[in-house]
Design a protein around this ligand. Sequence first.
Ligand SMILES: Nc1ncnc2c1ncn2[C@@H]1O[C@H](COP(=O)(O)OP(=O)(O)OP(=O)(O)O)[C@@H](O)[C@H]1O
Ligand SMILES: [Mg+2]
Length: 345
Amino acid sequence: MKEKREIYRFLHVTPRRIFEQLDQYVIGQRHAKEVLAIAAYNHLKRIEYLKFGGEVSIHKSNILMMGPTGSGKTYLARTLAKILDVPFAYNDATAFTEAGYYGEDVEVAIGRLLYATNQNVSSAENGIVFIDEIDKIARRSGGARTGAGARDIGGEGVQQALLKILEGEKIFVPLNVTAHWNKYDYVEIDISNILFICAGAFSDLEESSDGKPIGFFNGPGSATHEATTDDLTKYGFLPELLGRVPVRVKLDALTASDLVTILTQPREAMIPEYQRLCALDQIQLEFTEGGLFEIATAALRQKLGARGLRAIIEKVLHPILFVAPERAGERITIEADHVRRTLDS
Ligand SMILES: Nc1ncnc2c1ncn2[C@@H]1O[C@H](COP(=O)(O)OP(=O)(O)OP(=O)(O)O)[C@@H](O)[C@H]1O
Ligand SMILES: [Mg+2]
């Protein structure tokens, strides 16, 4: 019976269906959504294949996402895990240190996954581990780039440590990530099916290629050159690490019109959220096209991508939210001029 259900699931998930679901949340980034959908599909397929006794190995397709801040890297990965209904663990690569130094051992990443499943080992074994800020652990021997000098506590050593979890099989993981690691509270977990998604802004990648700019962060319409293994090696990654993260995907900087869409369209969009909030005070909150566009351009100026939107809206709506209960029954329309004035003040 169980097998039948598994086959059913296997047949009904397709890259296109995953893409369409991602599309309901994530605006723009068509290529990245396609790449993720394919990788996720292969991830599921691989798990099913092994369940049915497949023996020939199908290699894991761990993913490296590169793109400017606020373009949706973390959001895409989180949304993917939600859609696939698999556990998800967020990690910041800068917190990792190589074994023996004060900081997190990389095994903690798997510990977090276990924690997300309430210590359900078999569920964790199919999860997604997200490693953010991966660009920050590029080898720091250059020194000049990061100002960290020649010492390398967080760089190459961490990359070495990551090698063993990116393509490892069984490791011991702390059962309770909040407690200190000790020999009494770890559990063995098979990590060979865990999908790793690494991400980074790589905002200084252009410095690596001997002055030849790669420039994916230079804004929409700029060069679409994908970073090659060679570029990334020069940037400071170990070739062995890059080999374990074979699926590379670039996210675009979001445009003003993307940002307007993000404000209004997707599930979890911000404008409908504030409209609901105001509706509870019997206020009908509206935005003109110009008002929305002004908010979007303010976010572009801050160079924080979609990440800047909420703070801007909070500021724009501040005068209204303050008096909302006193203006019950009114209809309030936010125009470009109002946005400019509140942001300037
Ligand atoms: N393409 C997008 N579509 C819809 N919402 C987005 C998109 N990109 C970003 N957002 C919104 O902005 C927030 C911040 O984006 P996210 O955390 O994914 O940025 P990031 O690319 O990981 O940036 P950073 O490099 O700073 O970590 C998300 O939680 C989401 O609400
Ligand atoms: Mg992020």
